[in-house]
Structure formats: C-alpha cells, structure tokens
Design a binder for this molecule. Structure first.
Ligand SMILES: Cc1cc2nc3c(=O)[nH]c(=O)nc-3n(C[C@H](O)[C@H](O)[C@H](O)COP(=O)(O)OP(=O)(O)OC[C@H]3O[C@@H](n4cnc5c(N)ncnc54)[C@H](O)[C@@H]3O)c2cc1C
Length: 90
C-alpha cells in the first residue's frame, strides 16, 4: 500500500495510544497516516488483558466491595516506587 505524500497528522504506532489518537483526529476531520513498524497491528495492546482498574467504582460499592482511597493510593505509590526504583538502578 502506498502512503500519501501529504496528510494532516502522522502517528507512529498502532497500539491503544496510536489508535485513540487516530480515531480522535479522524473524527475531528483530519487526514491521518498511522505508521506501524511491526508486520502486525496492535503492539503491546494486542497482547494485553484489556482490563481497566477503576478503584472504588459504583458497581463495586453496590456489591459491598471496598476499594477505598487509602488502599488505592497505597497501591499506586507502591507501583510507582517500583518503577522509579527500577529506572534509577538500571
Ligand atoms: C501481558 C500484558 C498484559 C497487559 N494487561 C493489561 C491490562 O489488563 N490492562 C491495562 O490497562 N494494561 C495492560 N497491559 C499494559 C498495556 O497493554 C500497555 O500499557 C498498552 O498496551 C500500551 O499501549 P501503547 O499504545 O502505549 O503501546 P503499544 O500497544 O505497545 O503500541 C506501540 C506501537 O508502536 C509501534 N512502534 C514503535 N516504534 C515505532 C516507530 N518508530 N514507527 C512505527 N511504529 C512504531 C510498536 O511496534 C507498537 O505496535 C498489559 C501488558 C502486557 C504485556
């Protein structure tokens, strides 16, 4: 497939971020060129579990499940710290 020489927006990567940007831009009326370096589309997104963690959401509360703000912030900071530590030691 040949790519157009002129376009409004070029996006590198066909994962969730790239596709979200492409769909949003297209809906806004822009011509979009989405580039993918791998032979298949989807990137890491295509392998992900596709679960979205929404802490303390209404459906959980309706079922009596507690996922309060203290537990949420502890989880987030623990993960952030782990990520930051890995970066600083590598
Ligand atoms: C096993 C697994 C399970 C997961 N489960 C979950 C989950 O349940 N819930 C959740 O929220 N997250 C999950 N994640 C994390 C989530 O999948 C990623 O955070 C998300 O997919 C990242 O999306 P992205 O668009 O930023 O990157 P990607 O999906 O990786 O897309 C990036 C794309 O850009 C392409 N690219 C890179 N460089 C170039 C270039 N120079 N030119 C053209 N293309 C390029 C890559 O080939 C790739 O296709 C999981 C991840 C893994 C590995």
């Amino acid at each position: 497939m040949s790519a157009p020489e002129v376009t409004d927006l070029v996006i590198a990567g066909s994962g969730a971020a790239g596709f979200a940007a492409a769909i949003t831009a297209r809906r806004a009326g822009l011509d979009v060129l989405l580039l993918e370096k791998q032979p298949e589309l989807g990137g890491t997104t295509a392998r992900s579990g596709t679960r979205i963690w929404i802490p303390n959401n209404r459906l959980m509360r309706d079922r009596g499940l507690v996922d309060g703000s203290r537990r949420t912030s502890t989880r987030c900071s623990r993960r952030s710290t782990t990520t930051a530590s890995r970066r600083s030691t590598s």
